[in-house]
Design a protein around this ligand. Sequence first.
Ligand code: SF4
Length: 330
Amino acid sequence: MKKDIILKVDNLRTYFNTDDGVVKAVDGVSFELRKGETLGIVGESGSGKSVSNLSVMNLIPSPPGKIMGGTVIFDGRNVFDLTEEELRNIRGGKIGMIFQDPMTSLNPFLKISTQMVETIVLHKKVSKEDARKRAIEMLEMVGIPKAEKRVDDYPHQFSGGMRQRVMIAMALSCDPEILIADEPTSALDVTIQAQILELIQDLSKKLGTAVIMITHDLGVVAGMCDNVNVMYAGKVVEKGTNDEIFADPKHPYTRGLIKSVPRLDKPKQKKLYSIEGQPPNVIDLPECCPFFPRCEHAMDKCKTSYPPAVKLEGSREVSCWLYEEKTSGK
Ligand code: SF4
């Protein structure tokens, strides 16, 4: 049985006005997140995955950014209709966030205890004493040894991996319904990466928190996410369950991304595959499939019009003229 939808993003459009033109960073993105589900949002840099999620929290700096349209329904309300105070209650409370570099979110001049207690008191409306107990409990939960003592350390006294654990503890300390993890392991070495991903997975299961995992690396979402959205040039080009996407990727871009992931179960390649070419400049993008200069299947119509999203078997949806042709029987 499908779980309840807790976040519904519909036709979200976030643009940035620059001296060179309009950057359509997010252009018609729609997705749903269900209770306790892990959704992977994957794409190269500049594909719009982080801007989508900053838009969900209504955190786009304006100017130069602007939410041009769409809705983000959380807790039955459109976040774009909320007051600043209502938004503050959601950010860090009902929706927690962790970023690639914990130092951008942790204040280097304040002890971890001060930062965590402040957040917990604000969102959980408990005493400072209880908030401190909660902070220690969360640090223990994420595997910080001697948490009772270390809670009074400053961020720089922790290693990179431990700092990311502190961020996870902080983000989960107010029992959020959703945890948004934006490239949470990109700055860490591979062994620590695996530990942090496992930790997020374990904790989200234990606490029933839904997770949005934003990453450029499909290898990160494999096996971890229930559903995957693949983004390119501000749009979702393919979505489906983890199994559907990995077993049978449909969009040529998704296929390229999967081929680029190093595999230990396949014969060693001389050179690791990478998709030819560069992601497009998203300033004043013409109405076409932006992947066409890199696509080996590109047809004439790919250069003149953007393919509509087509529903395929299962929960699969793909925007590519190859599938529009098949489903319309042309
Ligand atoms: Fe390739 Fe055309 Fe599909 Fe774009 S629409 S991915 S260019 S086949």
